[in-house]
Design a protein around this ligand. Sequence first.
Ligand SMILES: [Zn+2]
Length: 381
Amino acid sequence: MKMRVCKRCVMNDSSDKLITFDGNGYCNYCTNALIKKKHIYFPNGEGQLMIKRMVEEIKKDGKGKKYDCIMGISGGLDSSYLLYLGYKWGLRILAIHVDDGYDTDISKSNIAKLSKATGIDIHNIVPDKDQFNGLIKAYMKAGVPNVAAPQDNILFAFLYSEAKKYRTTYFLSGENFALECILQAGNTHSARDKVNLMDIYHKYGEEGIDKLRFTSNWRILATRFELGIKERKPLNYIDYNRNRAFKELEQFCGFQYYGAKHLENKLTAFIQLVWFTKKFGVDKRTSHLSSMIISDQLTRSEALDVLKQPLYDEKMMNSYFNEIKENLRIDDNEFDQIMNAPVHLHEEFKTDRLYYGVIAMGSRVKKMVRRIHRKSMNKSK
Ligand SMILES: [Zn+2]
């Protein structure tokens, strides 16, 4: 069957089975993103005002504390640019970076340059190398999509424990509409689900993971409640343009371009470009490029041209394969076996059903209360 591509963005039905098209040939992803755009993304004057208010609020809350706010930094564009903006706004930021041993040299040097130029302390968390790689190997053997979950979970664990230590209320998040308004549905699972992580490890892990520090949905919820944590996504309050942001960072501290999205880390590059494509038939570039079309920083024909290019540089990726194989202590044979084995969903393993059940019930109750409120408002009119 011929692949069907959306006529407005570049999402298609070959890499996404959940996609639907309307009579104009526009897909559900870009249609929904455009509906959300005016409620989420404020690239003009209104955003400036929102930033001013946000910065005042954060500084007021930070009085008497060591830090005004906390954030994670991967070394990629979003978090690096956010750190730079926070510095420009005069925020005292505590930044956390998880060094899982797979940072590219460019990324390492970018983080060092940013830290030096802003004077912001970037706390480097180094998980136990053998146990971390043992866990990654378990995820790969399990054949589940979100192999990035362990790294994310470890980052959350440190973010929340540091927030607790310094009583920091505000979290800055690099999540943004401009480059991420279209994210493929399916083939994912929350990194905060410790039940899922532990079950995958128990079924496929070999040695131990007692030296790694994890968090869970419940622990995060409890800390959020205890500290009254507030999350802000300032990249939605500016005209966030990828090329301009890179240029600005380059002029500020000599930040170097590292290639496409997520390529600041060799393991992430492998997951994004090889794992998802080869095992799940998903080309992650389509979501990213489609997001850029919707936020008006790329035309559809430019995006289609990008998609005609090879996914990655073979030589570079081969060197990443070798490093991953060495760290995971697997030979070519076992690597091929893992790559050719059938895939599985995270839901085939234990999940934190109680948490998701409570959340679902909470949102049903919220909807019901809203409906009753609306009805009583209508009656009183
Ligand atoms: Zn579309």
